[in-house]
Design a protein around this ligand. Structure first.
Ligand SMILES: [Zn+2]
Length: 331
């Protein structure tokens, strides 16, 4: 199995930028001014990602100049854009995530949007993943705290996976399930450091993601960490046409689905509070009505989209049940 060359430290990017290369720097717009000062203008070309739509990407790519080396600095979109460019151009690259919130800097496939839906294509490996504490600390704290969302999702995803094995004869891997569950315990142990976005917290989160990516890779799908909490969130995004900070909306999904699953709600709620994740929908403009609708229509959505079997197939949500779920998580 390919082992990612992850490097941790402060000011890693300035050191890395000293190398004499013809750089192509894919950078998230809010970081552009900061990054411009780090790379020499003589041998660097800066790019703001044009978005993840495949058609847009393909017409955009012809305008990108030739280079000998590529580096992506930013969030998930930046990571995927860099991987896409590296794959199309066959040039070596490094990734420097500005926030530890999604696993795009650890996976070898590239997430793009085709006809509005996320699909995964390609296969690429970076030379280096730079976890630069200085860069990561520049993001608002709540964005980094939300980073734990895709680890938290193991809580509800495993319940769904077990249900799917029992009721739907789905392949279940006991060892991977147990190891994934172990990540939740590690998350709990690291929660205070993650909350304060300390170097130790950042490193713990990266290592948790790396382990999760490995387990999912061994199993061959994201079953161990993706279940009803994600499927409900996709439906919410689809219905509201809004995009949210992934970990925040996933944390809300974990709470709602844990309530629906009757799966240790108070325990997972405690962990989410400890991590400081802004899970409450009032923080990011989801109305109570949107929330109720997203729950009531979730079963139709997962059936229509043929998503993996989960509690959403198993338990229908009426308006009454939706109201009750919101009451349970105190909305
Ligand atoms: Zn996710």
């Amino acid at each position: 199995m390919f082992k990612l060359p992850i490097q941790y430290g402060t000011d890693l990017i300035p050191a890395f930028a000293q190398q004499n290369k013809k750089w192509l720097v894919v950078v998230a717009e809010p970081l552009l001014d900061y990054i411009r000062k780090i790379f020499s203008p003589d041998n660097s070309y800066f790019i703001i990602p044009p978005g993840m739509d495949e058609t847009v990407l393909n017409s955009w790519i012809s305008s990108v100049p030739e280079a000998s080396y590529l580096i992506g600095i930013g969030g998930g979109v930046c990571m995927d854009t860099t991987k896409y460019l590296a794959w199309k151009r066959q040039i070596p690259f490094a990734l420097a995530p500005s926030v530890i919130s999604v696993d795009a800097f650890l996976t070898d496939t590239i997430g793009i949007r085709r006809d509005g839906k996320v699909v995964y294509i390609g296969k690429v490996h970076p030379d280096r993943v730079l976890i630069d504490y200085q860069l990561i600390k520049m993001a608002p704290k709540h964005v980094n705290q939300a980073g734990a969302g895709d680890i938290l999702s193991i809580h509800t995803a495993l319940w769904d996976w077990r249900l799917a094995a029992r009721r739907n004869g789905e392949n279940f891997n006991r060892s991977i399930a147990r190891q994934s569950e172990g990540l939740l315990l590690q998350l709990d142990e690291a929660a205070d450091e993650i909350y304060s976005v300390s170097p130790q917290g950042i490193e713990s989160l990266v290592e948790l993601y790396a382990a999760e990516v490995q387990f999912c890779g061994e199993f061959g799908s994201s079953r161990p960490e993706e279940g009803s909490e994600h499927f409900w969130a996709y439906n919410l995004e689809y219905r509201t046409r809004k995009q949210f900070i992934h970990g925040e909306v996933i944390a809300l999904g974990v709470l709602l689905m844990a309530a629906l699953q009757k799966n240790n709600l108070s325990e997972i709620h405690g962990l989410i509070q400890k991590l400081g994740i802004r899970w409450h929908p009032a923080n990011y403009g989801i109305s109570r009505q949107d929330l109720l609708e997203s729950l009531i229509t979730a079963q139709a959505y997962v059936e229509n989209e043929k998503l993996p079997y989960s509690v959403l197939n198993y338990r229908s949500i009426t308006r009454e049940i939706a109201e009750k779920l919101l009451r349970q998580i105190e909305i």
